[in-house]
Design a protein around this ligand. Sequence first.
Ligand SMILES: Nc1ncnc2c1ncn2[C@@H]1O[C@H](COP(=O)(O)OP(=O)(O)OP(=O)(O)O)[C@@H](O)[C@H]1O
Length: 364
Amino acid sequence: MATVTIKNVWKYYGETPAVKDLNITCPDGSFVSILGPSGCGKSSTMRMLAGLEHISAGDILFDDQRVNDLAPKDRDVAMVFENYALYPHKTVYENIANPLRLRKASEDTIKARVTGAAKLLEISHLLERRPHELSGGQKQRVAIGRAIVREPKLFLFDEPIAHLDAKLRAHMRGEIKHLQRSLGTTMIYVTHDQLEALSMADYIAVMHDGELQQWGTPAEIFNHPVNAWVAGFVGEPAMNFLTCDIKGQGDDVLLRHSNFEIPLLPGQVRQLNGAAQAGTARMGVRPDALSISMTRPDEAAMQGEIFVNELLGGDMLVEVQLDDCRIRVKTTPEFEGKPGENCFLSVNRDKWHVFDAGDGHAYF
Ligand SMILES: Nc1ncnc2c1ncn2[C@@H]1O[C@H](COP(=O)(O)OP(=O)(O)OP(=O)(O)O)[C@@H](O)[C@H]1O
C-alpha cells in the first residue's frame, strides 16, 4: 500500500503538453478515479505512474520515495489495461502465475497465491482453461488475478472494463470495488465513464485538456462542481444550462431569463459576492432538480412546451422547449403530458447552480 503523490507533473510529446502541472495526492488504501474525455491526459498520467513514460517535469512519489527514475519493474505496481493481453497458449493458472514465475517464486507460494486470487475472483473452476475458452468478463478477471498475485503496493487500472457489455460492466464495477476494499491496496482507476467513477471511487480527479479540473469525493463532484465544464461532464442525463441575467441589489437579487425569474436565496446572494451582479451568468440545473406539472404551480415557474418524452425504465425523461432552448426534466413514468402540450417547470432552489458567463467557474 502506498500514498501516491503527483506533484507539479507535466508531460510533453514534442512541443505539445498532454498533462499540465498536475497535482494529486491519493491517500494510502484509497480508490481514486481519474475521469475525463478522450485525449485529456488520463493514460499519459497512468503511464508516468507505471514508469512506462518519461516525466517531462515534476515528481511522482510513492510514500516518501521519489520514483521518477525508477524502472517499471522496480516500482511494485500492477497494471490492468482494457486489452488484458493474456498468453493464448497458457492456461488460466499459468497466466495468473506468470509474474510470480518471472520473480522465481517458490511453487508453494505460486500455488497459494494463484488459488487464493482465483477464489477471490470466483474463477477457481476455470484454472485449466485457455483464454479462447473464456468470456470477455472471465478474461478480465484473469488479468486482474495476474495483477493481484503480485501483491503490489499500487494497482493501476486503465479502462479495464470499457469493452464489456453494459450488464457485465455494471457487475464488474461492483466486483472491482469490492476487491479493492478487501485488499486495501491503493488503486488508481482511469475511465471516461462518469458513472464508473461516481459509483466506484473514494475520490475522483476530473481532467480536461491535460488539466485537473476538480478533485473530490463523488458527492462533492456531483453536487458542487467547481465549473460548468465539470457540471456538464458529470451526471447522466446531463445538467441543463440556460443563459440568464442577474438583476437586483443588496439581498434582492434575481436570476432573469426571458421565460422566468428566480429570486436567489440569501446564502446564494452571498456566494455570488457581487461578482456577477448586473451581468449575465449561466444557470445550471440537473434534470432531477426540476419538477414538471401541467398547471402553473407558482409565479416563478418556467413555461414551456413538451417536445418529447422518453421512458427510461423507472424514470421518465421529458424534453421541454423553453423559448429558444430545450431542457430535460426527470419525472415518474406516470407523467401524462404529451408532446405539443404546454407545461410548467419548477426548480428545486437548493439544487441549482450559477456559473460565470466568462470562465465558467461556479458561484454556487
Ligand atoms: N506517444 C504520443 N505521442 C504524441 N502525442 C501523444 C502520445 N500519446 C498521447 N498523445 C497525445 O496526448 C494527449 C493525451 O493523450 P492520453 O492518451 O493521455 O489521453 P487519454 O485521456 O488517455 O485519452 P483516451 O481516453 O483516448 O485514451 C492527446 O492529445 C494525445 O493525442
